[in-house]
Design a protein around this ligand. Structure first.
Ligand SMILES: Nc1nc(=O)c2c([nH]1)NC[C@@H]1CN(c3ccc(C(=O)N[C@@H](CCC(=O)O)C(=O)O)cc3)C=[N+]21
Length: 288
């Protein structure tokens, strides 16, 4: 077997470049009297969720965005979470916020997401904004799909005309990514695969770009990857040995481009979250 040295789609380096740009824009907003603010609503003490939220606030500090944290206990009621959402909706210092998912069982996630002001939806996951994405209207874009497109663009991986296989139909990654990549501006041909796909290997083998977002360790093996293809690992599974992705290590030897986990799409997700907040603040200045 010939071993190719894949180009690494370096999410950390790309994030750093994006943060350099955001710092400039945050300074310009400051001159206009506005400091962008990102809110987070975290319910419960899941260590993974707490770590993600910490990471987001750490990134805010790097860029000059104000952090607004709303941390609620595990047993918070629907009404208490709704009240935190109402507060952020009403707070002029908050330009965008997220409700960290998954919420503890017993809370109605759909009702809470719908309660958010769509213009403050930093995740792009409000039904109105997902609807706008379907319709091709302007709105905040879901962070992980936007980060994936941005990463491919910066490394000049051809998207126009590419055969893309997305594995995973989740509402944060797979589904909206399919919508994003099939816009005229991206112009890819997308096959959305999932656990019910009959012959996953046959689908993945055709792909110029593979996005693995199923949350199943080693789902994508070396024999499935077309030599030279771009393989983006978005899966995260917690194991005894630490975090593992959906792409088997040997598959990286066959690929032409690899977005690894960690260090690939994850940092880009955070960068797009902050970008969505800065864009919301810029809109606020323009309409003032
Ligand atoms: N409302 C909501 N919005 C989300 O965007 C959201 C969510 N809920 N719930 C959980 C998932 C997961 N997620 C990640 C973001 C960044 C990394 C990330 O930066 N990962 C690093 C490794 C971990 C680290 O360095 O902290 C990496 O891949 O290099 C991972 C996972 C966002 N999510």
């Amino acid at each position: 077997m010939t071993s190719v040295t894949a180009t690494i789609l370096d999410g950390k380096a790309t994030r750093d470049a994006i943060y350099d740009d955001l710092r400039t824009r945050v300074a310009a907003l400051g001159d206009a009297g506005v400091r962008p603010g990102l809110g987070t609503v975290l319910v419960g003490a899941d260590p993974g969720s707490a770590a993600y939220v910490r990471g987001k606030h750490r990134d805010c500090a790097k860029v000059g965005i104000t952090s607004l944290r709303r941390d609620l206990p595990d047993d918070a009621t629907q009404e208490q979470v709704a009240a935190a959402i109402d507060e952020l909706n009403a707070d002029p210092a908050c330009h965008g916020y997220i409700v960290q998912l998954p919420l503890p069982r017993g809370l109605d996630t759909g009702a809470l997401l719908e309660r958010m002001d769509p213009s403050k939806d930093a995740d792009g996951l409000h039904p109105v904004n997902l609807g706008r994405l379907v319709l091709g209207e302007q709105g905040p874009l879901p962070c992980t799909p936007r980060g994936i497109v941005e990463l491919l663009r910066r490394y000049e991986v051809a998207i126009d005309g590419a055969e893309v296989v997305v594995v995973g139909r989740g509402v944060t990654v797979g589904r909206p990514l399919g919508l994003l990549l099939t816009r005229r501006s991206e112009n890819a041909t997308v096959t959305l695969c999932h656990t019910g796909t009959k012959d996953l290997a046959a689908q993945v083998r055709r792909a110029d770009i593979v996005v693995a977002a199923a949350g199943r360790p080693s789902l994508i093996t070396a024999d499935m990857v077309k030599p030279g293809a771009a393989v983006l690992d978005v899966g995260i599974t917690r194991t005894e040995q630490g975090l593992v992705g959906d792409v088997a290590p040997a598959a990286r030897e066959v690929a032409g481009f690899v977005a690894p986990m960690p260090g690939g799409v994850g940092p880009m997700t955070r960068a797009m979250l902050l970008t969505n907040v800065v864009e919301a603040a810029e809109r606020a200045v323009r309409s003032a």
